[in-house]
Design a binder for this molecule. Structure first.
Ligand code: AMP
Ligand code: TRP
Length: 335
């Protein structure tokens, strides 16, 4: 059976990179797979969070996912921490994961920066929890943006290590699904850095909650170079900011990059930016509006997450029971 799991952190509002790189693909996959999507609040705790904001962000993110098209009748939508089996499996996996594998993770190096000694254990072991998120459901496919590729490779290695150690093909080796023309959306201020929730400048990203005026302003101020749009996709290669905006346009309109360039026929960036603004506002405004409508009734959103948590626990607890059995953990029977 094919089963999908993916997750997104409730650290701040969802941005265009999350949407084009991941969430929009999640929506399409609901028709052909059994799908589970989770708000990974335990991953968010790897960096300091304000408790009230974390709780609020988790609900807002769930509402944004629903507004973007995640349908609770077709997908299990839940909060990671409401399924304790994720954390328990992460411990069991941590006993199978060599430090050498974790030392290769580039995201840890980036996030820990120069202060590696002060970085918390959770930031370092984060990919083991991510492997547990996926494998507790024995998911076969994981739709993510390009930046998560290395974590998915580690997940496959951990699944393989378990299967090898216990001599059976218990866990599938999950396939990353990285697709669309914007698998890595870059910052609007610096075309060499990915668009991220943690960038200190709000002008670096378009949030799914931004109104039309804010989107227009951010696109107008987005960094570009003095040249007009090129005629051929190859000529974007050495121009990261131009390349990024064209890829965003291509992704939003579902057109190949070459077709977008042909359409603009070497126009100046001012012309292109105003077209991009229109496209972005048209795509995002209905999502923001639906999100606000959903959040007017927080009880409804919480109800969806509660129900999703129950369905997720039923699957996860069954896996955990089998894993414990395989690993030799005694589950004492009652009187
Ligand atoms: P995160 O915000 O780190 O929890 O990411 C949630 C999902 O969005 C993951 O699948 C990421 O790979 C994807 N994602 C995050 N940032 C970007 C980006 N700048 N471009 C494309 N995908 C992204
Ligand atoms: N690490 C992912 C990110 O930062 C989020 C995540 C956590 C995830 N668990 C996951 C993604 C499981 C896919 C599957 O983007």
């Amino acid at each position: 059976m094919n089963r999908i799991l993916s997750g997104i952190q409730p650290t701040a509002a969802m941005h265009l990179g999350n949407y084009l790189g991941a969430v929009r693909n999640w929506v399409g996959l609901q028709d052909s797979f059994e799908t589970l999507y989770c708000v990974v609040d335990l991953h968010a705790l790897t960096l300091p969070q304000n408790p009230a904001e974390l709780r609020e962000n988790s609900r807002t993110l769930a509402a944004t996912l629903m507004a973007a098209g995640i349908d609770p009748r077709r997908s299990i939508l839940f909060v990671q921490s409401s399924v304790p089996a994720h954390s328990e499996l992460a411990w069991l996996f941590s006993c199978l994961t060599p430090l050498g594998w974790l030392n290769r993770m580039t995201q840890f190096k980036e996030k820990a920066g120069k202060h590696k000694e002060q970085a918390v254990l959770g930031l370092y072991s984060y990919p083991v929890l991510m492997a547990a998120d996926i494998l507790i459901y024995r998911a076969t496919h994981v739709p993510v943006g390009e930046d998560q590729k290395q974590h998915l490779e580690l997940t496959r290695e951990i699944a393989g290590a378990f299967n090898y150690r216990y001599g059976r093909e218990y866990f599938p080796l999950p396939e990353p699904q990285i697709f669309g023309s914007a698998t890595r959306v870059m910052s609007l201020r610096d075309g060499t850095k990915k668009m991220s929730k943690s960038d200190s400048s709000d002008f670096s990203r378009i949030n799914m909650t931004d109104d039309a005026d804010t989107i227009a302003l951010k696109i107008r101020k987005a960094k570009t170079d003095p040249l007009p749009l090129p005629a051929a996709p190859e000529d974007l290669e050495a121009r990261p900011e131009a390349d990024n905006l064209v890829h965003i346009y291509a992704a939003l309109t579902h057109k190949p990059v070459a077709e977008v360039l042909a359409e603009f026929n070497e126009a100046p960036f001012s012309t292109f930016k105003s077209a991009l603004t229109d496209i972005a506002v048209t795509a995002l405004a209905p999502i923001a509006e639906e999100m606000r409508r959903l959040l007017a009734d927080p009880g409804y959103v919480d109800g969806v997450l509660h129900e999703g948590g129950g369905k997720a626990r039923a699957i996860a607890d069954a896996t955990l029971r089998e894993v414990k059995e395989i690993m030799g953990i005694l589950t004492p029977a009652g009187p």
